[in-house]
Design a protein around this ligand. Structure first.
Ligand SMILES: C[S@@+](CC[C@H](N)C(=O)[O-])C[C@H]1O[C@@H](n2cnc3c(N)ncnc32)[C@H](O)[C@@H]1O
Length: 212
């Protein structure tokens, strides 16, 4: 066993269990969906829930639902009366994801929308105190600029995959739009005086941004 795999196993055996429902969802994601690696999984899921516990948001936005794993984890952390709005652009995802969200113990806290978050969020006139950006890497700056004016001062944005498997260190070839998107986003946030920011080297990189 590689050392990183051994450390991952060690971490997973010393943090909260994900529970039977999420374990089953993660398994089903791997059996039935393409690109199951996109799902958050045990460690990131517990971490997202912990962030929700710390921030205590009333209203969370998620861009990129996929199988619903991260949505359920964040909803678990919400207090009574809190709501998570999660957006998924791929309508073929609905048949898989909706039953998992609606069958979860925190279904009453989750609103699931099919469509492009960049179009729907402004149209629905939603405002948030926490956002999880986990959609198309090419559009991270667009998501960020759409979310920031709709975020309460003192609110947080969490942006996933911001180290992009270390590719951010390489000079991206023009065709590699995802790496270029993440690099541009990281530069954009680093230069933005409207926010405080830190990058955690967890999994694929997670940027924590606080609106001043
Ligand atoms: C990495 S996956 C999300 C994983 C999920 N958040 C989790 O951690 O379990 C990214 C998802 O974002 C969706 N997506 C991409 N662009 C989007 C957009 N503009 N609006 C909503 N969803 C989008 C993709 O179809 C894909 O299912």
């Amino acid at each position: 066993m590689q050392e990183t795999e051994a450390i991952d196993n060690y971490i997973r055996s010393h943090i909260d269990d994900e529970g039977d429902y999420l374990r089953a969802l993660y398994r089903d994601t791997h059996v039935k969906l393409l690109y199951p690696r996109m799902a958050s999984g045990h460690l990131q899921g517990r971490m997202l829930k912990m962030f929700v516990r710390m921030i205590r948001p009333k209203c969370i936005l998620e861009i990129g639902t996929y199988s619903g794993y991260s949505a359920i984890c964040m909803a678990e952390g919400l207090e009574e009366g809190g709501t998570l709005h999660t957006f998924e652009i791929n309508d073929e995802q609905e048949d898989f994801t909706r039953p998992w969200l609606e069958g979860s113990p925190c279904a009453d806290k989750i609103r699931f929308y099919i469509g492009d978050a960049l179009e729907l969020v402004p149209r629905l006139d939603l405002h948030f105190d926490m956002a999880f950006i986990d959609g198309n890497k090419r559009h991270y700056i667009d998501y960020y600029e759409m979310v920031l004016p709709r975020l309460t001062p003192g609110g947080y944005i969490l942006a996933d995959n911001t180290l992009w498997d270390g590719h951010v260190l390489q000079e991206a070839v023009p065709a590699d739009q995802q790496t270029r998107g993440i690099q541009a986003f990281n530069d954009h946030v680093a230069a933005d005086t409207r926010v405080e920011k830190v990058i955690l080297p967890l999994r694929d990189g997670l940027t924590i941004i606080r609106k001043i």
